[in-house]
Design a protein around this ligand. Structure first.
Ligand code: EPS
Length: 410
């Protein structure tokens, strides 16, 4: 069973990750991983911290001569900012009373985390709950993507809207350019909230996402969104948004209908929901399915001339009965605004004295939605890799390839 563990604090020495049960014989492209790490650091609205860091993977084990060996893969990602935090993050030096934090930020892990672990300094919670940890997860996802690319499985992600900006323009665009939509002819397609049906693999759309500082599929809404982010920054506030991700080339039958925890959509929901600040996960038409009739919602099945099967619509988001059905897997999720604000808007209390306080102010990102879209793509890559290895098994690449080819030939 493929699994991974991460460790590390936001201002500690760095992040350590172990991936277990990854097959041998997979050629590792370090540039691809570092490119994904760089993408995760970018995006309009990121804070000063990203100017300090240049995330790069340093393999400690499990990769030799460019190929995985089958042993646990471990790697390190350095926190350059540690130099500025040495004193406060030292494993041996005691923490002076005046530098301890006792006022939890509403919306953060601070409150429940410090009560749960009996901690008298909220820094012990915030350091680990920080989204800095997502650098590890992006590297894990990139390694999974490298493996899955060998089987024609590709991933894409985009930001649909930030703080509500983008929704209206996306709708306008969709109405004037139906050809950009994958699911042509579907009644659901004309719905303004059918964002999940934007084809992220379309040449124009994917070029737009690549050229956009916000990773948005429609460049004309980018300027308007940036103005909004600037306004939030000036107000000392933060903003969230909607993210979508798609996976192409997944064979029929990953996941299972036989047990609750074998379902691909259940695993995907857990993966995506585990990302810091994510508050919802939808697959395919998602919430909208509740408003459709059965005859509108379900994707009719057709035979292609070559002996395969296809659908004209994809409201199921590529998953039926907990299994991939061969169509594009599409996931949409909502990210809440980051809870660390630059102005004292939120009320809180001192956990020691119970006195009313304002939430503490700290350097943060105004908007990290573009970065989170890369994290979403990465966690999906782990989920797909997990089920791919379950189905096609094997300890080395050649064995897995034989199993895959045998299944696909059937
Ligand atoms: C974060 C706060 C900011 C972010 C950080 C997550 O860091 P700092 O407190 O050092 O300014 O930049 O994210 C990262 C460091 C990262 O690499 O994504 C938080 O409070 O969660």
């Amino acid at each position: 069973m493929l699994r991974f563990l991460t460790a590390g604090e936001s201002h500690g020495k760095g992040l350590v990750t172990i991936i277990d049960n990854f097959p041998a014989g997979v050629k590792i492209d370090e540039d691809f991983i570092n490119e994904k790490l760089k993408l995760r650091q970018s995006g309009y609205g990121r804070g000063a911290r990203q100017k300090i860091e240049t995330d790069k993977i340093e393999f400690l084990s499990g990769v030799r001569g460019e190929f995985t060996t089958g042993s646990p893969i471990s790697f390190f990602i350095k926190n350059k900012d540690y130099e500025n935090w040495r004193d406060r993050m030292d494993p041996y030096k005691s923490v002076p009373e005046e530098s301890k934090i006792h006022t939890p930020r509403p919306g953060h892990a601070d409150f429940a985390g410090s009560i749960k672990f009996g901690l008298d300094d909220i820094r012990n919670v915030l350091e680990r709950s920080s989204a800095r940890e997502t650098a590890s997860r992006v590297a894990v996802g990139a390694i999974c993507q490298i493996f899955l690319k060998n089987f024609g499985i590709e991933f894409a992600s985009a930001v649909l809207s930030i703080g509500g900006v983008g929704v209206e323009a996306a709708e306008k665009n969709k109405l004037k350019g139906q050809e950009l939509n994958r699911a042509k002819g579907s009644e659901f397609n004309s719905d303004p909230f059918a964002f999940n049906l934007i084809d992220l693999f379309d040449e124009v759309i994917s070029r737009n996402i690549k050229n956009s500082e916000l990773r948005m599929p429609y460049l004309e809404i980018e300027e308007r969104t940036k103005v909004y982010i600037d306004k939030m920054k000036a107000e000392g506030d933060t903003v969230g948004g909607l993210i979508t991700a798609q996976i192409k080339g997944v064979p029929v039958g990953l996941g299972s209908f036989t047990q609750w925890d074998e379902k691909l959509d259940a695993h995907i929901a857990m993966s995506v929901m585990s990302i810091q600040a994510i508050k919802s996960v939808e697959i395919g038409a998602g919430v909208k399915s509740a408003y459709l009739k059965g005859s509108e919602c379900h994707d009719s099945i057709y035979c292609s001339g070559s002996g395969g099967f296809y659908r004209k619509t994809d409201n199921a988001g590529g998953i039926e009965g907990g299994m991939s059905n061969g169509e594009i897997i599409s996931v949409t999720c909502a990210m809440k605004p980051i809870p660390t604000l630059m102005k004292p808007y939120l009320d809180t209390v001192d956990l020691n004295t119970c006195k009313a306080k304002k939430a503490f102010l700290e350097r943060s990102d105004v908007c990290a939605v573009p970065a989170a879209s890369i994290v979403v793509e990465s966690t999906l890559a782990f989920s797909i890799c997990y089920f791919f290895l379950k189905k096609f098994g094997g300890d080395c690449f050649a064995e897995i390839k034989r199993n895959y080819d045998g299944y696909c030939k059937k």
